[in-house]
Design a protein around this ligand. Structure first.
Ligand code: THG
Length: 368
């Protein structure tokens, strides 16, 4: 493939200079911003992520900032998740639903200050939805995209690297815990979170001009831990069952179909967009749901469109993410499967571009 030509629309990030110096091989575009996808190779990056520590330019996880006296009220409309746990020391993964219960985004919600929230978005234009809700309700809030860029530190040695830079205090953070920590006299919001199952942190860099300074500090401190530039890894995130908005789900899918029912609080359905639709689906049962699927044969080609899932000659679903897993020695995949075929062990066929392959619903949980 040819190169991506950056511009004001396809935005570079505060860390792009470091990513380029580290030898990035491929990017995707996410929230109209560059997101690296490959450094050495997807498989080499995978092994390194699972054994050492990587620094990820995930600035494309843009923030929708909601600030003001009505901020909490507005955010309550966006999601069916119980928000009582959100605080300045705890962030939350929240499905964001429209009036039909359809997924609009699946961000991480961060409380940056008493009256300020950051919605750390996946790849869809959530800013406009939030601005419209603010405008239509005459809420006393300001909605904008601030100059805040997450940097991921992921991998089993991420605690050691983070402690070397920010002090041992970071080790005490619980999953989704957050706090403010100092580096060279500058305070940064840090959370124990991120788009891998290998453990790690996210630093919310405030002020793009400080990006490369932070990058160099981490790269230098990480030398004893074999630090490398990395990025969300296709294989590892499928093993871990981390969903990719736009790939594994779209606005056509409900939050329940996405297997995110544990983030739907029955008590909140009267207060959020799509509550009635969700209640109806809970009563009637979902028609289809996300499943972990194992696909037979050798390594599958790149999954860049939905692959039909068949049973008894009928289409009963689709695979939307798939990759060969070196650790599990099978093709791991994420797909949406009809209710009659979603039980663990159900035999399926998947029409991959090169051949029709045997496949099976693996289990309710994913691999990693
Ligand atoms: N971090 C931040 N922003 C993000 C992402 C992130 N924005 C875009 C994208 N990732 C949003 N999607 C996800 C998907 C999954 C998770 C986080 C963001 C996630 N899920 C955990 C899991 O499935 O095991 C835990 C969910 C929970 O139990 O609360 O972490 O990565 N800042």
């Amino acid at each position: 493939m040819a190169e991506i030509f950056a511009s004001r629309r396809v935005r570079h990030t505060p860390f792009t200079q470091g990513v380029v110096a580290a030898g990035v091989k491929a990017y995707t575009v996410y929230n109209r911003m560059l997101l690296p996808t490959t450094f050495a190779s997807i498989e080499e990056d995978y092994h390194h992520l699972k054994s050492a520590v990587q620094i990820w330019d995930v600035a494309c996880e843009r923030q929708v900032q909601v600030k003001g006296p009505d901020a909490r009220r507005l955010i309550g409309l966006l999601t069916p998740r119980d928000l009582s746990m959100i605080s300045e020391s705890r962030c939350l993964y929240i499905p964001v639903t429209d009036q039909n219960g359809g997924m609009l985004n699946d961000p991480v919600l961060v409380q940056a200050a008493a009256d300020t929230y950051w919605i750390s978005i996946a790849d869809s234009d959530l800013l406009m939805w939030v601005k419209a809700i603010a405008a239509c309700n005459d809420f006393n809030v300001e909605v904008c995209e601030p100059d805040v860029s997450p940097l991921g530190i992921q991998g089993p040695k991420s605690d050691d690297l983070m402690a070397a830079v920010f002090g041992d205090g970071v080790r005490a953070l619980r999953p989704f815990g957050c706090g403010r920590f100092d580096v060279q006299g500058r305070e940064m919001l840090i959370a124990r979170s991120g788009y891998s199952k290998q453990g790690g942190f996210e630093i919310y860099l405030e002020g793009s001009v400080h990006g490369m300074g932070l990058w160099h500090i981490l790269m230098e401190a990480g030398k004893p831990f074999d630090v490398r530039a990395g990025c969300p890894n296709l294989i590892e995130r499928i093993e871990g069952g981390l969903l990719s908005y736009g790939n594994d789900m779209t606005n056509e899918n409900t939050v329940l179909e996405c297997g995110l029912g544990k983030f739907v609080s029955a008590e909140r359905l009267g207060e959020c967009f799509g509550g009635r639709a969700m209640r109806e689906e809970l009563e009637a049962g979902s028609k289809q749901m996300i499943r972990a699927i194992e696909i037979g044969g050798g390594p599958v080609p790149v999954c860049d469109h939905a692959w039909p899932v068949m049973a008894g000659g009928r289409r009963v679903g689709q695979v939307t993410s798939a990759a060969w897993s070196p650790d599990f020695k099978t093709n791991v995949a994420i797909g949406m499967v009809d209710s009659h075929h979603w039980d663990a062990g159900t035999e399926l066929k998947v029409e991959t571009p090169d051949q029709v392959r045997r496949a099976a619903v693996v289990r309710e949980e994913f691999w990693g």
